[in-house]
Design a protein around this ligand. Structure first.
Ligand SMILES: [Zn+2]
Length: 325
């Protein structure tokens, strides 16, 4: 048996977000596959079409589009790609609500985030800023239907058999794709070299009351990826990663230190998540940045709560966190 070495090309697609450009991957071979698509903007669509054309194809030739996770910068153009090519669209089954009914899902998500930051101590002025997230609706649109993937599914992309690996944490329905024979990993935003992947607070799953504990999920997913034999990682942003185990260890150490710092702040006095943010960053935080910081802190508090080192007390819709010794 000969090993098929996948032919992978990276296309750098501009985004209107602070994260900068997103990596879209074109995998040549049967079926001709795009992994992620970029945000829904004219500039991104033009860059995507040009990038595909420079490689000797056209958007109309794309046979399959695979979405790693349901964030605007990755799936925003999915509908345009599918409409122009008739490509099959694959993503994790949990991404059905955001992908197939994006507008409803996004409105619910912003409402959830507004309630989360209010309950966890953000003042009224900061709350108004969360409303700016509502406007992000323009950077994506719903797709007609996805072909749902499960954890460990085999997916044929670019002439090779890849394994889908459910890696929740940065996003609930996040998938990485591993090709064991060539030790390649398409990591989406699960493993990034230059940016800390945020364990974004998630809306509760359908039929569940509690939100997922994103940082706990994320750390578990990192350990799972660490076990894989990987010689090169193709991330959703930035340059490739060659030593994924060292990077995973570095991220886990960073989170451990952060958790310890937050525990120390709580031991000094009870605080809300917002107050912890002020103490950690030493300045007022606003808008999306506020949400991301509060996401990270609640992630650490989830860990401390599970370890019985911290406790959440909610009174009249206001939560305070307290250290348990
Ligand atoms: Zn991203």
């Amino acid at each position: 048996m000969t090993t098929v070495e996948p032919r992978i090309h990276v296309l750098s697609i501009p985004t209107p977000f602070p994260v900068g450009p997103v990596n879209v991957y074109l995998l040549e071979g049967e079926p001709l596959t795009l992994v992620d698509a970029g945000p829904l903007t004219d500039e991104a669509l033009e860059a995507l079409a040009r990038g595909v054309r420079d490689l000797g194809h056209s958007l109309a030739d794309i046979e399959q589009l695979v979405i790693t996770h349901a964030h605007h910068d990755h799936f925003g153009l999915a509908r345009q790609v599918v409409e122009q090519s008739g490509a099959t669209l694959l993503s994790f089954h949990q991404n059905r609500p955001p992908l197939e009914d994006f507008e409803t899902w996004w409105a619910q998500r912003v409402a959830f985030v507004a309630e989360f930051v209010a309950t966890e101590g953000a003042p009224g002025e900061a709350l108004a800023d969360i409303e700016e997230m509502r406007g992000f609706q323009i950077y994506a649109s719903s797709v007609p239907e996805i072909t749902p993937l499960e954890d460990n599914d085999e997916v044929q992309m670019g002439g090779a058999n890849w394994r889908a690996i459910h890696t929740p944490g940065h996003a609930l329905g996040h998938l990485c794709f591993h090709h064991p024979e060539s030790q390649l990993l398409l990591s989406g935003d699960h493993l990034l070299r230059d940016i800390t992947s945020n364990p974004v607070v998630e809306t509760p799953r359908v039929g569940m009351r509690r939100r997922p504990r994103s940082l706990i999920d994320y750390k578990r997913s990192l350990r799972r990826i660490r076990e894989l034999e990987v010689s090169k990682v193709f991330p959703g942003h930035g340059e490739p990663v060659y030593d994924h185990r060292a990077l995973v260890d570095e991220i886990l150490t960073h989170h451990r230190e952060r958790g310890r710092l937050i525990w120390g702040l709580l031991k000094a006095k009870d605080r809300t998540v917002y107050e912890l943010g002020l103490a950690l960053f030493g300045r007022d935080l606003r808008g999306v940045e506020l949400f991301l910081v509060m996401s990270e802190i609640i992630g650490h508090l989830d860990v401390l709560e599970v370890e019985r080192k911290a406790r959440r007390v909610e009174r009249d819709g206001q939560a305070t966190w307290t250290a348990v010794n």
